[in-house]
Design a protein around this ligand. Sequence first.
Ligand SMILES: Nc1ncnc2c1ncn2[C@@H]1O[C@H](COP(=O)(O)OP(=O)(O)OP(=O)(O)O)[C@@H](O)[C@H]1O
Ligand SMILES: [Mg+2]
Length: 263
Amino acid sequence: MSIVLSILANAGGVGKTTLGVHLAYEMSRRNFSVALLDLDPQRSLDVFCGLPASESDRTIAQLFSKDFKGNYPLVSCWGNDKVEVCQGHPRLSEVANELVIRKRGEYVLADRLKSYPLPHDLTILDCPATLGMLNVNALAASNYILVPVQLEMKSIAGAAELVEWCITTADELHLSPRPPILGFVPSMYDERRAIHKSYLQQLPAIAETLKIKVYPKIRDSSEFKNASANGLPLQKYRPAHQACNDFKAIANDLSNLIKTGNK
Ligand SMILES: Nc1ncnc2c1ncn2[C@@H]1O[C@H](COP(=O)(O)OP(=O)(O)OP(=O)(O)O)[C@@H](O)[C@H]1O
Ligand SMILES: [Mg+2]
């Protein structure tokens, strides 16, 4: 069964793209095919995947054009034939404005994926930080959501607000079933910082009130930045690095969901 997973947060720089990229690689190692779609006008995936910028008609902007007929502009990356990327483009900002007045503007991405299903086992939507029309489109197109949370008060409060936004927006869009949040993912955990330890301990109680699972933390490491500066995931850049293991629990759940028919 194919899964469409949105990585959402209503704050910038909390590790959304990092999570998407490393999950994509981990899932490809488990022999699943993955499509990574960049809904961010800042086209972060170009950097993380070592791809040169493309003209807008070779990017995800094309999916939103009215004459789209299923010709997804996908490119492979990391020399890995299991991962394909649909690149982002600054034109997505204009697209977001146009969607506001377009019929079924909230559902364009969902409609595309329904009319022209991608063959991949897993489609990951790397979303921008603002909860505008692009993220509404991502929500409507998803069957699961992951929320990275930095271990800071602002990010934790933001995550709780995001849960509320997902529920309200899914109900307004009459999404049935409402795409569940698979879990919070504590990101950039630095064990030397007392505040991180303290928030990591508090997060399960907060998540429980929201009925949301908390995944194991992703540790802070400058090697993440070095890897992405080289256009690679950490698993390829430093395969023996301990942080490569931090994505395994989520990948286990995704593997089970794909294998058990998305229940
Ligand atoms: N676990 C980590 N340890 C150290 N640095 C990290 C970690 N995760 C992400 N980073 C770095 O933090 C920065 C922000 O991460 P990332 O781009 O994944 O966040 P984002 O939520 O996608 O940001 P944006 O809102 O701009 O899309 C990047 O430079 C990234 O390399
Ligand atoms: Mg990003």
